[in-house]
Structure formats: C-alpha cells, structure tokens
Design a protein around this ligand. Sequence first.
Ligand SMILES: Cc1cc2nc3c(=O)[nH]c(=O)nc-3n(C[C@H](O)[C@H](O)[C@H](O)COP(=O)(O)OP(=O)(O)OC[C@H]3O[C@@H](n4cnc5c(N)ncnc54)[C@H](O)[C@@H]3O)c2cc1C
Length: 257
Amino acid sequence: MIESALTVDSTKFGTARIVSRRDFAEGLWVMRIATDFDLGYRPGQYCTLALPIGDRLIERPYSICSSPEEGEIELFIERVPEGELTVPLHRLEVGAEMPVRRRCKGLFLKEAPVEGQAHIFVATVTGIAPFVSCIRTLLRRLDRGEWSPAGRVVLLHGASVSSEFGYLDEMGALTEKFDWFEYVPTISRPWLDPEWPGERGRVEDVVRKYADRLELRPGSASAFICGNPQMIDNVKGALRRGGFEAAAVHEEQYWPE
Ligand SMILES: Cc1cc2nc3c(=O)[nH]c(=O)nc-3n(C[C@H](O)[C@H](O)[C@H](O)COP(=O)(O)OP(=O)(O)OC[C@H]3O[C@@H](n4cnc5c(N)ncnc54)[C@H](O)[C@@H]3O)c2cc1C
C-alpha cells in the first residue's frame, strides 16, 4: 500500500493488489487486480479505485472488463495528463496495493442483452471495458447453453491510432469465430498509422455505415455507447437521425462534457 498517514474507512474500502499489467501504448494499460473481499458486480458496472494523496483520498470510477465469473478484476485505464489519480496509479507496479470501494455500481448494460434484439456497442478507447465484460460473460453463457444471439452483436471501437486498441486480438479472434459477432476498430488519425489496414474515421462518422451494412435496424437493434462524451452526443445524433428511438440508445459518459 502507498505510505500514508490517512486512515481509510475499512467498512467502505477493502484492498486491491495489482496482479498483472499489460502496457501497450503511451499511458494506456490493462491491469488485473485481486481484492481481499468479494467484489460482486454485473457486466457494465464500475469499481472505485482510490489512492491516498497528501491528506486526501482520491477516488475514481473504472468500468470492469472482466466477466464476474473470472476470479480477478480487469481494468483498462488511460493516464490523463496531470490527472490526479491516473498519474500516480500509472506508476504502480505489480504487487502494489490500493484501497477499492467494497461496492460496485452502475446501471449501464443492465438491460443488455435486450431480448430478441441485435446490439450495436460503440466505444472510444477505454470505453470498450463494459462491452468486453458483457461479451466475455455472453460467451460463457453461450457455452453453457444459457444464451443464444437473437441478432448480430457489433462492437464499433474508435481510437486515434491502432496501438490504442487494447483488445484487438481478443475481439478480432471472436469476429473470426462467430458469425453473429463483428468487431470494427476504426482510427481517426490514419496519417500517424499509415500501415493500418482497417477502417478509418471517427466512430460517429462510420456508425451509420455499419448499422446499414450489418442490418442493425431501428426497432430490432439496441445501441449502447460508452466513453468520450462528445463522441456519445455525436453517435446518439447519428442514430436518432437514422430512426433509432431514444429508449433504444443507452450511454455511459466517462467524464462531463
Ligand atoms: C462510470 C465511469 C466509468 C469509467 N471507466 C473508466 C475506465 O474504464 N477507464 C478509464 O481510463 N477511465 C474511466 N473513467 C474515467 C475515470 O473515472 C477518471 O475520470 C479518469 O481516469 C481521470 O482521472 P484523474 O484523476 O487521473 O484525472 P482528473 O484529475 O480527475 O481529471 C482531469 C480531467 O480530465 C478529463 N478526463 C477524464 N478522463 C479522461 C480521458 N480518458 N481522456 C481525456 N480526458 C479525460 C476530465 O474532464 C477531468 O476533469 C470512468 C468514469 C466514469 C464516470
């Protein structure tokens, strides 16, 4: 645990230990943590990490990438320039410990998968986290014969350059394996990544193209959007103009606009 004179309320916080981390782009990493208590959650929920800094405990929410059926908690985090929590958090190595709130929260994806519907999931960079948790959980349920897809599940993922796609291999392999699943990573700065063979453009600029191409129609498809608030507004606007009802479009903003 980081050295601090601060007393952490043990009724509200338990301890998380970093068990592994994977760094793949400047300031972007996936880490797995183990808690010393049972952190129950649903796909789409977030946990709250904390670090004692000076005489304050700084807390921030992080969507969980792992399935609740996995033992450890997996998180995909971006270091924000001068960010109060992410700058010191990024320095922590495997074995480091930190306080974590005992309760996970959040209603995003509570309704997913929506019965009888196709799904369009849209994310920017770390906004893919809740969708990874949902998809990993659906695959386990599919294996056990507890769930079968009613339509396509399309995951549209935007980033500046391809090195920011922390789940490219995992989601790419699922696209190869299942005809009902399609992962579409798209980059907004192709001039910085000229070898990238995939889609180019911001997610908001290509969402209608993929909705049409993959036959995700208003009424038979539900949309879930997560990450950058500006992107969420733009994607919502594009889907609404395409005929999607407000009730069929769900969102999780990572920070206020
Ligand atoms: C429900 C929920 C789930 C979240 N899940 C994740 C997650 O899975 N992974 C993750 O990395 N973050 C996630 N966040 C954002 C996270 O909680 C923090 O806001 C972020 O890590 C910055 O914290 P900080 O203390 O370093 O920066 P601060 O000092 O609090 O922030 C500086 C400013 O940076 C802006 N900001 C915050 N995040 C970003 C960003 N990614 N890119 C650009 N600007 C930003 C905000 O406007 C903020 O005011 C989530 C937020 C919410 C509300």
